[in-house]
Design a protein around this ligand. Structure first.
Ligand code: NAP
Ligand code: MG
Length: 496
């Protein structure tokens, strides 16, 4: 039986014979094969990057105004909304995400990010610095040229939008590399870019593994900047690999974030927030707070609340409108999360609920399912406390004082996000300032806005994404000094 072949996207078309199509793409909810994916070797990557460079240099792109680029992005955002149902079906198959999450979360956020950068395109302002009466000092911004966007598998559309929209608004061309396990959403997104009128070649896609295709992409000399979202270990590797050619890198990496519940908090709302944060996207979210730090005096009550409420979480067929939690998106992530649960069962912490693979009815019986799990008695130093599991596992940790809570929150190698629950405004702000993280929510959780920048701390990454600063990250600076007085002294005055 012939199978669907997923091929890289080059100049507005799928390049079917770009390389061997040996990789099997799977629906993680059912375990069923969707098709085979082509792998781009170094030569195919080079051809695609060179085509991107050509598209970047095309006079029609070079002369296009920033406002016009913004107009194309506005069309793209409209298309994302108009074609939302088809995109949702694509993503549902490739990632097994619950349909309600795609419909109310990811697609609207994708459109919002694109629209933000559509509006931002012509808002980049250079500056005039104060110089002398003889000289005018200008500082301007210019696109890098061809940039690489390397994507993880957890939020394919949102991550593609977060890279493509600011890169295109700023006038670059971009080559995307989706995670090998989830190519479908990125390919659909790139096709939509061309439909929106973005010139073919400005958004190209290479396919294949990180070690072969990704590595060839980041090493290509025409790639002037690498924007990476993924794990800390691969991010560190990319930063080192980029050093030889002194490429700009932007790294958005792992997290092991803390949600702190003080005794004076609205425990009901804090519990809702903790469950959403821990279990949305089956815990495969970099900013989710998978550690719940609870003031000891309310810990037993709060943990009981979490367990009680978690029983209402519907897990199962992602096509079901009532489903809240889907599968692990990849087999390797499933196996990795399971290994942490085995580790937890052997440790001193207590499994309050969940703790193993989940049994889901047909047609999902062969998917990568893990039960939403709540652990109690977790302490710093335990693997489930210190390491990013990236699965549906909440680790509850008890604390006595505000100082201790902050110390535990900051004790991990990561610094991505945090959430604070208290009715004491001064305490909330004190703790927010003490959190060594890029973003912090106070009495709320996970709300995402394109206008707010995310700048990871510690080993969660470097650089900035989103917001106006996220667009400036796709531009290089240039200073121009203009002499305006022909009589001004120049050089050593040797002519006299
Ligand atoms: P990953 O294993 O680091 O992979 C991320 C991407 O990098 C994939 O496309 C991967 O390709 C590619 N890659 C691997 N080796 C490479 C190399 N040598 N050169 C170039 N590219 C290479 O991460 P993941 O497992 O997909 O995603 C989960 C991780 O992402 C978690 O740690 C999570 O916290 C993090 N994340 C962070 C953010 C944030 O904003 N901070 C957002 C989402 C996710 P293949 O997979 O195809 O081999
Ligand atoms: Mg898949």
């Amino acid at each position: 039986m012939s199978q669907t072949v997923y091929a890289p996207f080059l100049n507005g078309e799928f390049w079917i014979d770009a390389g061997p199509a040996d990789f099997t793409v799977i629906n993680p909810a059912t375990g069923q094969t969707l098709g085979r994916e082509t792998e781009c070797g170094a030569a195919a990557v080079a051809r695609i990057v060179e085509a991107s460079q050509q598209a970047f240099l095309e006079p029609s792109w070079q002369k296009m105004s920033a406002a016009e680029r913004g107009g194309l992005l506005l069309k793209l955002a409209d298309l994302v909304e108009q074609q939302a149902e088809a995109l949702i079906q694509t993503e549902l198959q490739d990632t097994g995400k619950p349909i309600s999450q795609l419909r109310t979360g990811e697609l609207p956020l994708t459109a919002a990010i694109i629209r933000f950068y559509a509006g931002a395109a012509d808002k980049v302002e250079g500056s005039i610095k104060s110089g002398t009466p003889n000289e005018i000092l200008l500082q301007i911004y210019e696109p890098y040229g061809v940039v690489a966007g390397i994507l993880p598998w957890n939020y394919p559309f949102v991550n593609a939008a977060m890279k493509v929209a600011p890169a295109v608004a700023a006038g670059n061309a971009i080559v995307l590399k989706p995670a090998q396990e989830t190519p479908l959403g990125t390919l659909a997104f790139a096709k939509l870019c061309v439909e929106a009128g973005i010139p073919p070649g400005i958004v190209n896609v290479v396919l294949g593994s990180g070690s072969t295709t990704g590595q060839a992409l980041i090493e290509h000399p025409l790639i002037k900047k690498v924007s990476f979202t993924g794990s800390t270990s691969v991010g560190q590797h990319i930063q080192k690999a980029a050093a030889d050619q002194m490429k700009m890198v932007n790294l958005e990496c792992g997290g092991k974030n803390a949600l702190i519940v003080f005794a004076d908090a609205d425990l009901d709302r804090a519990a809702e927030a903790a469950l959403l944060s821990g279990f949305v996207n089956a815990g495969q979210l970099c900013v989710s707070c998978s550690r719940v730090l609870i003031e000891s005096s309310v810990a037993a009550e709060f943990e009981a609340l979490l367990v009680e409420r978690s029983k209402k979480i519907v897990m199962g067929d992602p096509r079901n409108e009532a489903t809240l939690v889907g599968p692990m998106i990849t087999r390797s992530q499933y196996e990795s999360a399971l290994s942490y649960l085995i580790e937890a069962a052997d440790s001193e912490c207590e499994i309050l609920c969940g703790g193993s693979k989940a049994r889901i009815a047909a047609p999902c019986e062969n998917g990568f399912w893990i039960e939403p799990t709540i652990l109690s008695g977790v302490r710093p130093g335990m693997k489930v406390h210190d390491e990013e599991i990236f699965g549906p596992v909440l680790s509850c940790v008890r604390f006595e004082t505000e100082k201790e809570a902050v110390a535990i929150a900051n004790s991990v190698i990561y610094g991505l996000s945090g959430s604070i629950w208290t009715k004491d405004g001064s305490k909330a702000l004190r703790v927010a300032r003490a959190f060594d993280t890029g973003i912090c929510w106070v009495n709320t959780m996970l709300s995402g806005y394109p206008q707010i920048s995310l700048s990871p701390h510690k080993l969660s990454g470097t650089g900035v994404e989103l917001g106006m600063e996220g667009m400036l990250a796709y531009l290089k600076r240039k200073s121009i000094v203009i002499g305006i007085d022909d009589d001004a002294p120049i050089g050593w005055g040797l002519k006299r």
